[in-house]
Structures are given as structure tokens and as C-alpha cells.
Design a protein around this ligand. Structure first.
Ligand code: HDD
Length: 709
């Protein structure tokens, strides 16, 4: 599928927001070159000089304009979430949510509400790598008929702190250290772990951050969470507490740590490229929208405070009701204009959605507009095309840097008589926003409620809910992170803090970093488990997985063509990788195009590896140093691997199966390979159908953890 600019798309597929953006979209292709003022130019390669070897003249207005604009092209990056990637799409509700909320975009299943989503990492700069260990931002702007609604969430359901006033402290601790601006996009340094040791409310979020949720395989394969408790309010003014969820249709899947570090070098744009390519090829990412609801009268019926942003509402306790679906179906036309200039704000709500007294949320309501004033250069950032509401905007706000709107009329104040007192406030029946009339009472205090003081139970719940593999990964993550911490006191303090989560966990952490473990460690007495927290229980699918197909001249033709056809039919994306890019010849002389070479492709960029047979092809691969390393890495990253015929020789050369049975020379090598979880082999081309089926099933499993390395 070739890329279709927004204005050339099927009008039936375009949303009100797409059409609005078209009014601002310019296609320079095929046009004459002009200045910013529309003057046609004859030349842009030579500055105006006094003689062809002489000095440049001040009079050269084109030089000055071109250079001045260039000199000012950069804007400040976001103070957090600087690196991001966005896409357009739409949202549709499954059934009217009238009982719970009057939000118009949640009523009519036939209505497609336009959305723009920006995924991001938090700590790194704009140019940092995608696959670092970090929380991922998941911010959605719904362009509803009632104005923009922003759901500014993350891929983890809790946060590091409970009160927004601590956000600058937390961010200063997690960002590169101030004296030397190191390390980039990494939590593995002293100041972050010092913060964790001193601020125990972060314990639960740290458990998430140390899990593999911190490096999603794809933005299309991670959950999103609104984190805070919000309110749904219906037409009758009745409220429910609500938490928001995005559930990826493809399931929740992650990379493995070793892989993330290699990918960061091989393709720092890994996650953004994945999203871009999926959308370009018509594999539109889909997320179901879920809500957890608690009645107002049940506010105090839980053993945690439902307003505490370091707590989840376990899904087994408060089920997630899936109420709609978001589909991302269009890439941006221009990264800067759209993804960089979009401005989210958790305070952009619509009637039917309201806030609670979560002290983290309350503080966020200040920060987001404030930060745009510097980042986007003034108070009129809502007029930037990507930020514009599709609902009409009428008020008495005027002027400021870069004002676009030309407001007609004599008045710009309320109340007035000269314009009949318009624009006039709307009644609630006319869609006017009315705040939920919550009763509040209290003394002014700089304090936090005692109900926020349990910092550990849910960290334990998270730990208890992990599979053994996930637990091992969490422990290694602590070893890596704390291993980079210079201060022994800080390392010890972290072990001491996490012994409140689980002493066995703390002992395992201590073991890898030379710290003192808790004496006589025992598992935590908290035994609650929430299966929804383990990624192992997530949906599995082969759709859009990427397979590396290794072959060279002399490949067995049916083994390549039939298996790659089966991939295609199963929605799997295959790259043919050979020693060189370009055509390669099969046994019987048929040519196919290798679209990657062993220089451009790496195992870490694929979900699975397939080696076709053909003596000459496999011998060529064996003679080259890279293919065996390629397979070995895939094996060590627990990825599905398959081979037919002579292709199995490459697997054996990579050491696959070496530990499956012993002694290796006593058994049939093919049997040794077949005994490895996630390895699929066939003797020859006689049963390619069942072979492909078995391999595709192995690909759907994503990783094969039972493998002995
Ligand atoms: Fe924040 C950006 C998510 C707490 C202050 N935040 C930002 C973005 C996301 C989040 C996804 C990027 C939006 C984009 O793509 O442009 N933030 C969260 C979540 C939080 C959270 C889920 C906790 C539940 N944030 C938080 C607090 C504060 C901020 C407590 C300050 C009081 N966040 C900001 C900010 C940013 C931001 C400084 C930087 C760029 C921007 O807003 O537009 O205002």
C-alpha cells in the first residue's frame, strides 16, 4: 500500500479533524519556490554577492529570511516525555454509556470520534532511543463535538508519587544528573535510586518499572491507563468513580532486556518505525477502551484509598468493562506540525467527565497549560491546527503571540450590551460544563491523608502476581540498575526498602549487588494475587509479527515460497535476508529479491527466524560469520526458530539444541532440535503445510521461556 496524504484519502474515511487539518495542509511538490511572502525565487543556491568571488550583500533578503528561519527552527523539548510518536485515528463506543456519563462521544455507537494519540518515553531527550527501560506515555486527544477531551495516561497504572508538588523532585532525580548530564534515558543512576530510597511511596511503581512492561515490543502491544481516579457524571448528576484503561487487541508483549540494549543501537527508532509501518501497511493498531466503575457510596469500602495514584483497583475486584475501541489509521503528514506541537492537558474534559481529589491529578491540572506557554511560545497554542477543537470556539480571550483568529466585532468582554451579551454562557441543557457538586470541607494543611500511607501492599501484590520468569527479570533489573549506582549506602537502602515488599525479593536483590540481605528472609504475608497483572496471561497472536527468513543462492524453492505464503496468509510480515541485498537464485533457477542483507538486518529486529533448506544456500550461510550469530541471538532471546531440510544445520551450528539432550553425539541432531521449546523443524518439503502451521503457532506464543540456554 502506498502512502496517501490526508487530502487524497477516501472522503468517507476522513473525520471532521482530518478535514479541518486539510485547510492548513500545503503540498509543496510540483510548485515554484517562493519566499515566505509568496515572492517567486530564481535561485536558492547562491547568496547575492558583489562579484562572484566577493562578499555577500546585506540586501540579500532571501538569504536573510532562509537563514533566520533555520536559526529558529527548534523549540524547547518537553520537560518530560520529550521523545514521542503519534498517529491519527478514531474512537467508537460499543453501547450508550448513558447510565454512567453524559459525555456525548460515549453515547452513539455509530459516531466515529477523531483522535490523535502520542506515545512517548519519559526521561530521555528527543533524540534518545525508543527501547530504553522507562514508562511509556499514552496520551489521547479525542476531538469530540463538545470540545477536546484529553486522556493523558501511561502504560503503567500507578505513579511514583502521590502529590504533584513532588513531581519536580522526582523528575530531577530521574533525568540525567545535573553536574554531567548522564546517563541519558536511563534510571540506572544514583539520584533516581536515592529518591526511591527516600520516598517509599514509589515502591509499587518501581516494581512496574523493573518489570518488562518498561520496554514494550510495540506501542501496539502495550496497555494504557488513565492512572487517576476520575468521575463519570450522568444526566441526572449522579457520579461514579472511574478508572480508564486501553487494552491492545494484539495483547501486551515486551522485548527482553538484552535485546532492548542492542536494538537501541541497531535501530533507535524501533517503536516509532513499528507504528509507522503497521499503519502504512494497513495493519491498523486497535485498543479497546475499558472502565472500572465504583459507586460514590462505595468510596471507603476498600482496603486502599481509591484516590491514591500509587494504587490499582485490582481487576478481579473491580472488573474492567470494555466500552469501545480506538483504531489508529493514519500517520502524520508532518511530525513537527502534528506530533511535536500537540499539547495535551488532563484538564481538557467534556461534560460527563470530572475530576476527583487525587492530589496528583489536582497538581497536574496546573502544569500542562503552563508548560506549553514556554514550549509553544505563548497562550495561543490552542490555535495550532493539531490542537484546534472541532467544536466551535467563542470567547473573549484575545491577542498574545501568534494569534491566528480574527475575532470580529467591538466587544471582547463579558458582560456587554453592545453584542447582546454574547458570547453567552450555555445552560447545562445546551452542553455547558457543570462541575460535580462534591461537598468539600477541611482545614488548610500541608499534609497527606493517613489512608495514603500503605506504600507496600500493592507492590507485594504485583510481585506475587508475576510468573517465575517475570520475577527473574525483575530481580535482574534491580541488579542492573543498582549495579550502576555508585553509592553503597543507596544500594543498601533500596534493599532495606524492598524488604518491606517481600524479604525474599530483597534477599535476591542483595545477592547480586553485594548488599546485606534481610536476616532469615521470608515471603511476605500478603498473599493476594491478581492474574491480570502478569503479561503471561495476555492475548497472543501471530498478527504483524516479523520473521527473518535466511537464504542464499541455491535455496529450496518450495521451502521458501510456500512457507512465506503461509506467513502472509497468517498476517505475518517476512523479510528475506541474504548475504547481499538483491536477487538470489533458487535451486531450479527462480529468482527472488532479498530485501535485507546481513549488514542491514539483525536478529533483535525480528520476532522469529526461519532458515529454508537447499544445500548450496545453507553452506553459503554457514560459511559467513553472521547467520549462526543471528540464529543464536534469536535462540537466546527465546524467539521461535524454524528450519527445513539442510536449514537445520545452521541451527545446530548456532548451538540450538546443544543443551536439550546429552550427550549430543549420541542422538539424532534433528531430535535434539525438535526437543527445544519454540523450535520447529521439518526433514524436507513433504509436509510444509503442517510445518508452517506449527511454526505460526510458535510465533503466536511470542517467546518460549521453557527453553534451556
Ligand atoms: Fe505528565 C507530559 C502522563 C504526572 C507534568 N505527562 C506528559 C505526557 C504524558 C504524561 C503521557 C506527554 C504528553 C504528550 O505526549 O505530549 N503525567 C502523566 C501521567 C502522570 C503524570 C500518567 C501521572 C499519573 N505530569 C504528571 C505530574 C505533573 C506532570 C504530577 C506535574 C505536576 N507532564 C507534565 C508536564 C508535561 C507532561 C510537565 C511535559 C510536556 C507536557 O506536559 O506537555 O506538564
Amino acid at each position: 500500500m502506498t502512502r496517501q496524504p490526508n487530502d487524497e484519502r477516501d472522503p468517507k474515511q476522513s473525520t471532521a479533524k482530518d478535514r479541518q487539518l486539510n485547510d492548513f495542509t500545503v503540498d509543496d511538490r510540483g510548485q515554484k519556490l517562493t519566499t515566505n511572502h509568496g515572492l517567486r525565487l530564481t535561485d536558492t543556491e547562491h547568496s547575492l554577492k558583489a562579484g562572484d568571488r566577493g562578499p555577500t550583500l546585506m540586501e540579500d533578503f532571501h538569504f536573510r529570511e532562509k537563514m533566520t528561519h533555520f536559526d529558529h527552527e527548534r523549540i524547547p523539548e518537553r520537560v518530560v516525555h520529550a521523545r514521542g510518536f503519534g498517529a491519527h485515528g478514531y474512537f467508537q463506543v460499543y453501547e450508550p454509556m448513558t447510565k454512567y456519563t453524559k459525555a456525548k462521544f460515549l453515547q452513539d455507537p455509530s459516531v466515529r470520534t477523531p483522535v490523535f494519540v502520542r506515545f512517548s518515553t519519559v526521561a530521555g531527550s528527543r533524540g534518545s532511543a525508543d527501547t530504553v527501560r522507562d514508562v511509556r506515555g499514552f496520551a489521547t486527544k479525542f476531538y469530540t463535538e463538545e470540545g477536546n477531551y484529553d486522556l493523558v495516561g501511561n502504560n503503567m497504572p500507578v505513579f511514583f508519587i502521590q502529590d504533584a508538588i513532588k513531581f519536580p523532585d522526582f523528575v530531577h532525580a530521574v533525568k540525567p544528573e545535573p553536574h554531567n548530564e548522564m546517563p541519558q534515558a536511563s534510571t540506572a543512576h544514583d539520584t533516581l535510586w536515592d529518591f526511591v530510597g527516600q520516598n517509599t511511596e514509589s515502591a509499587h511503581m518501581i516494581m512496574w518499572a523493573m518489570s518488562d512492561r518498561s520496554f514494550p515490543r510495540s506501542y501496539r502491544m502495550m496497555e494504557g491507563f488513565g492512572v487517576h481516579t476520575f468521575r463519570f457524571v450522568n444526566e441526572q448528576g449522579e457520579a461514579h468513580f472511574v478508572k480508564f484503561h486501553w487494552k491492545p487487541v494484539l495483547g501486551v508483549h515486551s522485548l527482553v532486556w538484552d535485546e532492548t540494549q542492542k536494538v537501541a543501537g541497531k535501530d533507535p527508532d524501533f517503536n516509532r518505525r513499528d507504528l509507522w509501518e503497521a499503519i502504512e501497511s494497513g495493519n491498523y493498531p486497535e485498543f479497546e477502551f475499558g472502565v472500572q466503575l465504583i459507586k460514590e457510596e462505595d468510596e471507603f469500602n476498600f482496603d486502599f484509598d481509591i484516590l491514591d495514584p500509587t494504587k490499582i483497583w485490582p481487576e478481579e475486584l473491580v472488573p474492567v468493562k470494555l466500552i469501545g475501541k480506538m483504531t489508529l489509521n493514519r500517520n502524520t503528514d508532518n511530525f513537527f506540525a502534528e506530533t511535536e506541537q500537540i499539547a495535551f492537558h488532563p484538564g481538557h474534559v467534556v461534560p460527563g467527565i470530572d475530576f476527583t481529589n487525587d492530589p496528583l491529578l489536582q497538581g497536574r491540572l496546573f502544569s500542562y497549560t503552563d508548560t506549553q506557554l514556554t514550549r509553544l511560545g505563548g497562550p495561543n497554542f490552542h490555535e495550532i491546527p493539531i490542537n484546534r477543537s472541532v467544536a466551535p470556539v467563542h470567547n473573549n480571550q484575545r491577542d498574545g503571540m501568534h494569534r491566528m483568529t480574527i475575532n470580529r466585532g467591538q466587544t471582547s468582554y463579558h458582560k456587554n450590551s453592545l453584542s447582546g451579551n454574547t458570547p453567552e454562557p450555555a445552560s447545562t441543557a445546551e452542553g455547558g460544563y457543570e462541575h460535580y457538586t462534591e461537598k468539600v470541607e477541611g482545614r488548610k494543611v500541608r499534609q497527606r491523608s493517613d489512608s495514603f500511607k500503605d506504600h507496600y501492599s500493592q507492590a507485594t501484590l504485583f510481585w506475587n502476581s508475576m510468573s517465575d520468569v517475570e520475577k527473574d527479570h525483575i530481580v535482574s533489573a534491580f541488579h542492573f540498575e543498582l549495579g550502576k549506582v555508585q553509592s553503597k549506602e543507596i544500594r543498601q537502602r533500596v534493599v532495606d526498602v524492598f524488604s518491606n515488599v517481600d524479604e525474599v525479593l530483597a534477599a535476591r536483590i542483595a545477592e547480586g549487588i553485594g548488599a546485606v540481605p534481610p536476616a532469615d528472609p521470608k515471603p511476605s504475608p500478603v498473599t493476594l494475587v491478581s492474574p491480570a497483572l502478569s503479561m503471561m496471561n495476555s492475548a497472543k497472536s501471530p498478527l504483524t509479527r516479523k520473521v527473518a527468513v535466511l537464504a542464499a543462492d541455491g535455496f529450496q524453492e518450495a521451502e521458501l515460497s510456500e512457507v512465506t505464503k503461509a506467513f502472509k496468509d497468517a498476517g505475518i510480515v517476512a523479510d528475506l535476508i541474504s548475504i547481499r541485498q538483491g536477487p538470489i537464485k533458487g535451486q531450479d533457477g527462480r529468482e527472488v529479491e532479498a530485501n535485507q542483507s546481513l549488514l542491514t538486518a539483525d536478529s533483535v529486529l525480528y520476532d522469529a527466524v526461519y532458515v529454508a533448506g537447499g544445500r548450496k544456500s545453507v553452506d553459503a550461510l554457514l560459511a559467513h560469520p553472521k547467520p549462526a550469530v543471528f540464529v543464536k541471538e534469536a535462540f537466546q532471546h527465546f524467539k521461535p526458530i524454524a528450519a527445513v531440510g539442510e536449514g537445520a544445520d545452521l541451527l545446530l551450528a548456532a548451538g540450538v539444541g546443544a543443551k536439550a539432550v546429552a550427550p549430543a553425539d549420541a542422538v539424532d541432531p534433528a531430535a535434539a532440535l525438535a526437543a527445544v521449546p519454540g523450535v520447529v523443524v521439518a526433514q524436507d518439503a513433504s509436509a510444509l503445510g503442517s510445518f508452517s502451521e506449527a511454526f505460526i503457532a510458535a510465533i503466536a506464543e511470542h517467546r518460549h521461556w521453557a527453553r534451556v540456554l
